[in-house]
Design a protein around this ligand. Structure first.
Ligand code: SF4
Length: 393
């Protein structure tokens, strides 16, 4: 045998992907997170919450982008007073974000909100937290225990030296125990840090110890495009590990682009596949067709299509046939023509000008023929593409 241990390859899993971390289900208004439910995408408004018009307008823009849960900050009594009026005018569950003042949490709970977020590091200690838990329990409202490395209890920072993953997890666990003492289990946990390594390790450690669903995110990621890359760098390892039940990508400025970024991360990690996966080569000197034009046209025609199909569009015959075989439908170009593959077999040869039409026809045919094999939308989104009955010959 050679110098490598080939036997390891025999033992390795051929179909990659880890199952999701098993978590409890928690209902947040009309959305259930945890368990096998789709990983929900959420965001947070940037308006003054008491400015009802501006807040509702921003929430409507987020809803239109696909946001499924929205959070507003409640720092002052006038913000709490606005909550009922906001809730009446929006179509997605409303979450209230509380820092420092437990009285704001108690005030928010007088309104028909769907969830409350508490930062254990700054809520004023266990007894005040307990009061919030009691009221949330009496109202049947779930709570996120949102640990943040930047505002961790001083005592834990001293115990561990700095706001490291075990310190963050201990903070969450202590407050979970208090909530459980009160018979309250409608809990979601987050362990955020602006440091990707700290956040990832904190969530991994937590997942070994508890089963309340997690809200995952990299906090204060900054300004796009770096912030999107940084969020993906932190969220992808967690999602691939099976951790995360709701996701927020934090971007500086307008929150609406957070939604597309979050869905892209879920799509790329195959944790929630909502649209066709378009694989296109970067192009190079071997390019045999106008690939950019073809991909732009395909993206336009596929916009809004909810189909977990994998389509590859490659510019020449080097990788084209190979990739096309791995996809459900693929095309490999050569000499101004396109070879269309389906399940690894060449089924058609078309002129460059007809490639998009031909691909769309094949996609429609694939959809029709496989309709009965595709799971219901909810299951497909909950499990991701790799669990779909992949169509192969
Ligand atoms: Fe270049 Fe062909 Fe690879 Fe595209 S598929 S990057 S054109 S070698």
């Amino acid at each position: 045998m050679g110098r490598f241990q080939y036997s390891l390859l025999e033992q390795a899993a051929r179909v990659p992907g880890k199952p999701r971390h098993k978590t409890r289900e928690v209902r947040i208004g009309t959305v259930v997170i945890g368990g096998n439910n789709p990983i929900a995408v959420q965001s947070m408004t940037t308006t003054d919450t008491h400015d009802v018009e501006a807040t509702v307008q921003q929430i409507h823009a987020l809803e239109a982008a696909g946001c499924e849960l929205v959070r507003v900050t409640v720092p002052k009594p006038e913000d709490a007073h606005a909550l009922t009026r906001i809730r009446e005018r929006i179509g997605i569950p409303l979450i209230c974000d509380i820092h420092f003042d437990y009285k704001m949490a108690l005030a928010a709970l007088d309104h028909p909100i769907d969830k409350i977020r508490i930062n254990p590091g700054n809520i004023g200690g266990p007894e005040r937290f307990r009061q919030v838990v009691r009221k949330a329990k009496s109202r049947g409202i779930p709570m996120r225990i949102g640990v943040n490395a930047g505002s961790l209890e001083r005592e834990l920072c001293e115990k561990y030296g700095f706001p490291c993953p075990p310190a963050m997890v201990e903070s969450a666990l202590r407050y979970i125990e208090i909530a459980e003492e009160e018979g309250y289990y409608d809990i979601v946990v987050s362990l955020k840090s602006s440091d990707v390594l700290v956040a990832v390790e904190a969530y991994r450690l937590y997942a070994q110890l508890a089963d309340y669903p997690t809200h995952i995110g990299i906090t204060e990621a900054g300004k796009p495009p770096y912030a999107v890359t940084k969020s993906a760098a932190g969220l992808a390892p967690l999602l691939l590990d099976g951790i995360g039940d709701t996701i927020r990508v934090s971007l500086l400025g307008d929150p609406v682009p957070e939604i597309a970024a979050a869905f892209d991360i879920l799509q790329a990690t195959q944790r929630r596949v909502r649209r066709p996966e378009l694989i296109a080569c970067p192009t190079c000197g071997r390019l045999a067709i106008d690939l950019e034009k073809i991909v732009a046209e395909l993206e336009k025609r596929l916009a809004g299509k909810r189909l977990p199909i994998k389509i590859s569009v490659l510019g020449c015959v080097v990788n084209g046939p190979g990739e096309a075989r791995e996809a459900d439908i693929g095309i490999a170009a050569g000499n101004g023509k396109g070879m269309i593959f389906r399940n690894g077999e060449i089924i058609r040869r078309v002129e460059e000008a007809e490639i998009v039409d031909a691909l769309m026809e094949e996609i429609a045919r694939w959809e029709q023929e496989n309709q009965h094999r595709l799971p219901p939308q909810r299951d497909a989104e909950g499990l991701g593409r790799r669990r779909l009955p992949l169509i192969s010959s």
